[in-house]
Design a protein around this ligand. Structure first.
Ligand SMILES: [Zn+2]
Ligand SMILES: [Zn+2]
Length: 130
């Protein structure tokens, strides 16, 4: 049990470690939903049924069903495992839909029907692809 006299360098190293840990935790939180979804749902694309395993798992992405990345219920009900291609397809379909290229009735929030340009902007900002 040797007593340590020089505390300063240690404190600095500790500080750097804390910063690094915090950054890591933030990154983990940002991509955490993917891991969670992969834990809850089978490693199969929900569209084309392609199966994934350790090697090609990075091709399997997590889609937010309501396109709201802030909506991450822990039961996984807003997540869908999609392969890169189907995910891409899903988003381009959605964009077509928003732009009105599609004649099906909009079933999403009534916010889009208001005439406020700010509401429309807020609405658009929420729809960034991942
Ligand atoms: Zn697919
Ligand atoms: Zn998506």
């Amino acid at each position: 049990m040797a007593a340590k006299n020089s505390k300063a360098p240690e404190a600095q190293a500790g500080m750097q470690r804390v910063v690094a840990e915090a950054r890591k935790a933030r990154e983990a939180r940002l991509k955490g939903y993917r891991e969670q979804s992969l834990r809850i749902h089978p490693w199969i694309c929900a569209r084309c049924g392609r199966e994934f395993s350790g090697k090609n798992l990075r091709m399997l992405t997590v889609h937010h069903k309501d396109h709201n990345h802030d909506n991450n219920p822990p039961d996984g009900s807003n997540w869908e495992n999609l392969c890169l291609y189907c995910h891409d397809n899903e988003h381009s379909r959605y964009i077509d839909h928003v732009e009105g290229a599609n004649d099906t009735a909009p079933e999403e929030d009534p916010e889009a029907l208001t005439h406020s340009p700010f509401a429309a902007l807020a609405h658009l900002l929420k729809k960034k692809p991942d």
